[in-house]
Design a protein. Structure first.
Ligand SMILES: [Fe+2]
Length: 475
């Protein structure tokens, strides 16, 4: 028998429009709005099997909650990469783990001109009232929130001297905070802020050599931006020399000759306030960070090394005994006067996709983090709620379900930090259907679930837009 997690790593090419879902139990009546999740849709292009989880062609899953009903739509993102894949059966640009279908001179030209993929499978962000599907790319693909149709493109690097912007950003008081990267002999990460309706304002620039760290996200506190600098990343010099011959970003991914550090940057001026050293780490996702007693406390899912990236090959994820890195939920103490970081284990992994009550707690002292936890195979098997102030943690699991990222949506009453629900798009492995689960965030008891008309691949990040907008960044 196939391992159950393989269901989450198989293509779903079917697109459904505006299907009303049957609900078991109930979703709260106050939950009005749209939940949009981004993630893989298709793992092959023409006759080529894509090699890495981050290569898959992006598909949006949308749920509209209105007057007690849930209507579902899914649609591939209409990127140029997607159109060329569908119409010509060809990989237009090198994907993180799969080389482009192109001649060596064409690959060389593209490498020299910094031509990047535009297939955005990581998540969704809102900018100036419009929604964009995003990844680590220069381009945001604009989508219609109701139909999920692709309606435009936006150069997210405009006004920034950069090759790409990170998919994860922060939003605080209507201001978007982001990092933009430029890769080359001298590589840089530029911290910028984007005021509503305005152009981005660069605040400061971190400068590296041709082997910069890979950054997926960063943290925002009331006074600081915290940038983790893992000792792993793509060696762009090696990549530039070998890209024409089919070497990929991930082939060139590995240890850097640089110490692992955290940079604490002043939010107002961009000035670097402190550099804090630590043992080697790799971080995709930060739950939260805040200041206390002369230090920033930063809670993140932490891997020991770069197998956090290389281990996410499709072949490994689909295997019967996947060899996967374990991400633990760890609190770092980062002194404001620099020095060495302290570490405290908040919850042993494997865990991933941490979320919080972002609107109420991001950047401030908080109590609860929610994570997808794994006890077998390559996909999560439960959802954990961790009280970061104490030893208490509770967990929800269904033996026939691989739950997705648990997105916290606050109740209008906002009577407590955990007054709300978690939305998690999972896979029911018995029915071979995807299901949208709704858990009470206080108790983790299941309130309701809605079964989709088909099975989807396991997704990445989601956003909820409505009157009780969680105000969440994609972090
Ligand atoms: Fe992410």
């Amino acid at each position: 028998m196939d391992p159950s997690w393989r269901l989450g790593l198989r293509t779903q090419a079917e697109e459904r429009r505006d299907v009303e879902l049957a609900v078991e139990g109930s979703f709260p009546s106050w939950l009005e709005g749209t939940f949009i999740v981004n993630g893989p849709g298709q793992f092959e292009v023409g006759g080529t099997a894509l090699e890495h989880w981050f290569d898959a062609l992006a598909m949006l899953r949308g749920f509209r909650f209105s007057d007690g009903s849930i209507r579902y739509t899914n649609r591939f993102v209409g990127s140029k990469d997607f159109r060329v894949a569908r119409e010509e059966g060809r990989i237009r640009r090198s994907l993180p783990g799969t080389p482009a279908d192109a001649s060596p001179p064409a690959r060389l030209y593209r490498a020299a001109t910094g031509a990047f993929q535009d297939n955005p499978s990581i998540g969704v962000v809102e900018l100036d009232g419009d929604l964009y599907a995003v990844t680590e790319s220069p381009i945001g693909i604009q989508i219609d929130p109701e139909t999920l149709e692709t309606t435009g493109r936006r150069d997210l690097t405009a006004g920034l001297d950069a090759t790409v912007t990170l998919g994860h950003t922060h939003v605080d008081d209507g201001v978007q905070w982001g990092l933009a990267a430029r890769f080359g002999a001298e590589s840089t990460y530029t911290l910028f802020r984007r005021d509503p309706g305005g152009e981005p304002t660069p605040l400061t620039r971190l400068v590296f050599d041709s082997h910069p760290p890979y950054l997926h996200s960063f943290a925002l506190t009331e006074r600081f931006v915290v940038v983790p600098e893992p000792p792993f990343g793509v060696d762009f010099r090696a990549l530039g020399l070998r890209l024409p011959f089919g070497v990929t970003f991930l082939d060139a991914f590995g240890p850097r000759d640089a110490p692992p550090r955290f940079h604490l940057l002043d939010r107002g001026t961009g000035e670097r306030v402190a550099v804090v050293h630590d043992d080697p780490f790799f971080i995709y996702h930060i739950a939260n960070a805040f200041e206390r007693d002369g230090a920033v406390l930063l809670d993140a899912v932490v891997f020991e090394d770069d197998t956090a990236v290389s281990g996410l090959s499709i072949e490994n994820l689909r295997s019967e005994s996947p060899d996967l890195p374990q991400g633990d939920f760890i609190r770092f103490t980062l002194p404001l006067d620099g020095g060495d970081a302290g570490r405290e284990l908040l919850r042993r992994g494997p865990v991933e996709f941490p979320t919080i009550n972002y609107g109420a707690s991001n950047g401030r002292p908080y109590r609860y983090a929610y994570l997808a936890a794994t006890d077998r195979g390559s996909l999560p098997t439960g959802i954990a709620k961790v009280d970061v102030t104490g030893p208490t943690a509770i967990e929800w699991a269904d033996p026939h379900l691989h739950p997705g990222e648990p997105l916290f949506v606050p109740a209008p009453s906002r009577s407590a930090e955990d007054d709300g629900v978690l939305l998690s798009l999972g896979i029911d492995t018995r029915a071979e259907r995807s299901v949208l689960c709704c858990l009470d965030a206080e108790t983790l008891s299941e309130r309701g679930r809605a079964t989709l008309p088909h099975r989807l691949p396991y997704g990445f990040h989601g956003q909820f837009y409505g009157p009780v907008d969680p105000g969440r960044s994609m972090a």
